[in-house]
Design a protein around this ligand. Structure first.
Ligand SMILES: Cc1ncc(COP(=O)(O)O)c(C=O)c1O
Length: 378
């Protein structure tokens, strides 16, 4: 595991006990965006997928550093406009009439998910350029949460696209396609090949149906390997050729934010039952659900806290594998299983790096009604 940055460990140490916080680094977000920008070919742009982390300071930092924002609800749309996004793309399978109207009013480009959604837009009297989200026949990448090439609620089945294009109501103009495929792909070369194929398919399809192709939106899905320090290498993306007049849009969320976030929780108790040692934390999966949702162990770093001013002995374990578990009344409240620690004491703080994406935002905050973590913006 990489060392904790000095500003992060100083901020964790400064937290009042019992510590529990998310820390987000604006310079780390900006650096990530800069790295991605330098890898993109001419004609490509990237919009931050707000669903990965909707903290207003994160959203405004990436609204400035990216080309715009991708949103999937009226709530995210409001965040994006408040953050001053230069461009907004609005996607998602279940948009309400209110959301459709708000998106058009905000000048967002809509990724339309069904023929019925097109009819609803027209029925609201709205005129707009739109992209159609297509569930391609077999264009899936490796990764998780496959959304294309398999039955999903997302987009229009490729075989139904001709009928959908014939049914575009007056007032709407299809200018491109949205082809988001997977989450967490770790292979940059495969991602570049996917983008090249997506551009080629879009050009061929647009030519066949007389569509003035302006947008190919290939979605997000750049991966992070939580078991190591690795992330998808974005440098192969520079090899993709984007034809003149076409905007290749990418919508990364995880890759931009994961490494700009740290979740910390203080050890409240240490115990060994039936041969297994548990570090019970002031925190848990109600703040950071990803390891439980995906079924993996999220590595942590121990930040030793030497102060101990209580009149009774301080519990400590040495040279042992511990499970980092939360404060909820469920055996599933586990962040990490079996990580070796040379030494761990009650009062020390565990720091989980790479927690800036799909951490707090996807968690069941109200279960057991514990206090929320603090949020520290660096
Ligand atoms: C349409 C769309 N775009 C972008 C993203 C962001 O994906 P990621 O965070 O994996 O880059 C998602 C994630 O589900 C999505 O559904």
């Amino acid at each position: 595991m990489a060392e904790l940055p000095a500003d992060v460990s100083a901020a964790v140490r400064a937290l009042p006990s019992p510590a529990c916080a998310y820390l987000y680094s604006r310079p780390a977000l900006t650096a990530r965006a800069r790295t991605l920008r330098s890898a993109l070919p001419p004609g490509a742009s990237f919009l931050y997928a707000v669903k990965a982390n909707g903290r207003p300071e994160v959203v405004s930092t990436l609204a400035a550093a990216a080309d715009g924002l991708e949103v999937a609800s009226g709530g995210e749309l409001a965040l994006a406009t408040a953050a001053g996004a230069r461009r907004i793309v609005f996607g998602g399978p279940g948009k309400t009439d209110t959301e459709l109207a708000a998106a058009v009013a905000a000048g967002a480009l809509l990724n339309v998910e069904s023929v019925f959604e097109m009819r609803r837009l027209a029925g609201l009297g709205l005129t707009a350029d739109i992209c159609l989200r297509v569930n391609r026949a077999g264009a899936a990448l490796s990764g998780s949460h496959t959304m294309t090439g398999v039955p999903t609620p997302f987009g229009i089945d490729e075989t139904q696209l001709p009928a959908a294009l014939a049914a575009v109501p007056p007032g709407l103009r299809v200018i491109g396609f949205h082809l988001h495929a997977v989450s967490n792909n770790l292979d940059g070369h495969a991602h570049a090949a996917f983008l090249t194929e997506a551009v080629g398919w879009s050009l061929r399809t647009a030519t066949s149906y007389g569509i003035p192709l302006r947008v190919v939106n290939a979605g997000g899905g750049f991966g992070v390997d939580y078991a190591s320090d690795a992330s998808m290498d974005v440098t192969p993306l520079s090899s993709v050729t984007v034809p003149p007049g076409v905007d290749l849009i990418l919508e990364p969320g995880r890759w931009l934010t994961a490494d700009a976030g740290w979740y910390t929780a203080e050890v409240l108790d240490l115990k060994t039952t039936h041969g297994r040692t548990f570090a019970v934390l002031r925190g848990g999966t109600h703040h950071f659900r990803l390891p439980a949702a995906w079924g993996y162990s999220h590595p942590f770093t121990v930040l030793p806290i030497d102060d101990w001013n209580r009149p009774y002995p301080r519990p400590e374990v040495t040279d042992v594998a511990v499970d980092a578990v939360g404060e909820l009344c469920t055996p599933r409240d586990v962040l990490t299983r079996g990580q070796h620690v040379p030494s761990l004491r009650v009062g020390d703080r565990l720091v989980f790096a790479r927690t800036g994406a799909y951490g707090w935002d996807i968690s069941h905050h109200d279960f057991l009604r514990h206090d929320p973590p603090a949020f520290v913006i660096l």
